[in-house]
Design a protein around this ligand. Structure first.
Ligand code: NAD
Ligand code: UFG
Length: 349
């Protein structure tokens, strides 16, 4: 089999670094493009240590069209996995321009360069946040899109742009049509089981799992549980947590699926990557205490604006068309988070 080269944008980040490990282990050549705006190059040093394989790294912003184009000439990738983006919902409400420029314009530049070099296989990091408010708690891919903040809208806009690109090829019928997988992640948590790479948030974490881990290690004094009066079994919010290793394996399955009937003549398809079941905030705390033997100091606080009570994935389509499903358990997610956090109390610093 010919060795394929995958260009990974945002490969130094949390999910991207785990994807690099899985791609290298699956036999791909890996080229990372990352501007390090939310990551540390130490993650890539550790990816190479962990796998015993090397990758190419370019500290470049994907909006820098000339530099990106030079990388395509030199490295000749055949597929792009596109993680580069900003992801903090609150910041996106304060600085929408920053988010649209980075996430939407960045993807436009990337796809222009891809098209110019006839690289037309793309896996895109989308999010369950593209789904609008609905009376359903289980989300299938055919639900309407209706993101409620600039971050979510930036993802929804990129999905539209990518669908339009693939559609244009269906009309023009080129030899090499776009093949695009829009992967809608639910709540990624956990870390590589080695404890060498993991999530290293800048400043105080926004998300539940890194917050709990930092309370457990003593970096933060107390967790606020945002609301205990939701219509759920214990009153706290329910989410579909997915181990980051299961998540990145979904990307490799998507690359392989570009050769199957759903993509062979070109397509752009969305897939949920989730487990299909949720856990409440209190269940996460309890499991963390059980696995680590630590007591998590928490208080009940008011609901966080914009939060929904409960949602989780319908992951059937990914099973049928990508042959992918989660394998790891909540115990694995918690144990691997703690392994990373306790071995790296200051993250990569
Ligand atoms: P992350 O911040 O750890 O990684 C993103 C990486 O992209 C960082 O290394 C950052 O330096 C880089 N980057 C950002 N803008 C760039 C640019 N213009 N040019 C080059 N590099 C750039 O985030 P993550 O959690 O690994 O998320 C990866 C992707 O998955 C993001 O697109 C995010 O929106 C999406 N996503 C994440 C989650 C989640 O909960 N972590 C959920 C759904 C979707
Ligand atoms: N929560 C707390 N306390 C905290 C942090 C979170 O109680 O300090 C609760 C939230 O209210 C929610 C649950 O824990 O019920 C999960 O919250 P997260 O912030 O970890 O995750 P969200 O579901 O809010 O959002 C995440 C990402 C989004 C992404 C979405 C996809 O942050 O970017 O998953 O489903 F779009």
């Amino acid at each position: 089999m010919a060795i394929h080269t995958v260009l990974v944008t945002g490969g130094a980040g949390y999910i991207g670094s785990h994807a690099c490990v899985e791609l290298l282990e699956a036999g791909f050549n890996v080229v990372v493009v990352d501007n390090l705006s939310n990551s540390n190059p130490e993650s890539l040093a550790r990816v190479q240590k962990l796998t015993g394989k090397s990758l190419a790294f370019y500290e470049v912003d994907i909006r820098d069209k000339q530099s990106l184009s030079d990388i395509f000439v030199k490295e000749m990738p055949d597929t792009v996995v596109h993680f580069a983006g900003l992801k903090a919902v609150g910041e996106s409400c304060e600085q929408p321009h920053l988010y649209y420029h980075n996430n939407v314009f960045g993807t436009l530049v990337l796809t222009e360069v891809m098209q110019a070099h006839q690289v037309k296989q793309l896996v895109f990091s989308s999010s369950a946040t593209v789904y609008g408010i609905t009376d359903k708690t289980q989300y299938s891919e055919d639900l309407p899109i209706g993101a409620i903040n600039p971050y979510g809208r930036s993802k929804a806009m990129v999905e539209d742009i990518l669908r339009d690109l693939a559609e244009a090829d269906k009309i023009a019928k080129p030899d090499k049509p776009w093949k695009i997988a829009l992967l809608r992640y639910f709540n990624p948590i956990g870390a590589h089981e080695s404890g060498l790479i993991g999530e290293d948030p800048n400043g105080t974490p926004n998300n539940l799992m890194p917050y709990v881990a930092q309370v457990a290690i003593g970096k933060l004094p107390q967790l606020s549980v945002f609301g205990d009066d939701y219509p759920t079994h214990d009153g706290t919010g329910i989410r579909d947590y997915i181990h980051v290793i299961d998540l990145v394996k979904g990307h490799i399955k998507a690359i392989h699926a570009f050769n199957n009937a759903h993509f062979v003549e070109g397509n752009c398809k969305a897939y949920n990557l989730g487990a299909g079941r949720g856990y409440s905030v209190l269940e996460i705390i309890k499991k963390f205490e059980e696995v680590t033997g630590k007591t998590i100091n928490y208080k009940i606080a008011p609901r966080r604006p914009g939060d929904l009570a409960e949602y989780f994935a319908n992951p059937e389509l990914a099973l049928q068309e990508l042959n992918w499903k989660v394998e790891k358990t909540l115990h694995d997610m918690v144990a691997d988070t703690w392994n990373w956090q306790s071995k790296n109390p200051q993250g990569y610093r």
